[in-house]
Design a protein around this ligand. Structure first.
Ligand code: 5GP
Ligand code: ZN
Length: 113
């Protein structure tokens, strides 16, 4: 078993709440959400961070995040969405497998994270 927790999620060794899956991406609920519906989109193939990921995986993950953001607004009642990436520890990256945070926002709720 790999020591990367998100590779463990892709392989099924680490449990996760799956939201969506494509040939090259996996989306699942964040274990410590900043807001209701906060999820993560990752490439199935390991890349460490934004500077490491290849163009094809970056494109696939970004397009999948956009599709999910659109569904949050069009179908799930969100009024806006934050898309976030932390690249390297000084920028708050804590899991070193590339991921995009997709965080729905609601007009009637204050933001504390
Ligand atoms: P980062 O700080 O690297 O940008 O974000 C890492 C995110 O991964 C955090 O929001 C954290 O809650 C989430 N996370 C860490 N470990 C796990 C896990 O085992 N399962 C899930 N679902 N999320 C995780
Ligand atoms: Zn990994």
């Amino acid at each position: 078993m790999t020591d990367c927790v998100f590779c463990g999620i892709v392989s099924g060794d680490v449990p996760s709440v799956k939201v969506a899956e494509t040939a090259s991406t996996y989306a699942f609920m964040d274990i410590n959400p900043a807001n209701d519906g906060h999820l993560l989109v990752i490439p199935k193939q390991h890349s460490t961070d934004l500077l490491d990921i290849g163009a094809d995986d970056l494109s696939a993950v970004t397009l999948e995040a956009q599709r999910i953001a659109r569904a949050m607004v069009d179908d799930a009642g969100a009024d806006g969405v934050n898309l976030l990436n932390c690249c390297k520890a000084p920028a708050w990256q804590t899991v070193f497998h590339f991921h995009l945070h997709v965080i729905p926002r609601y007009a009637d709720r204050s933001v504390d994270r």
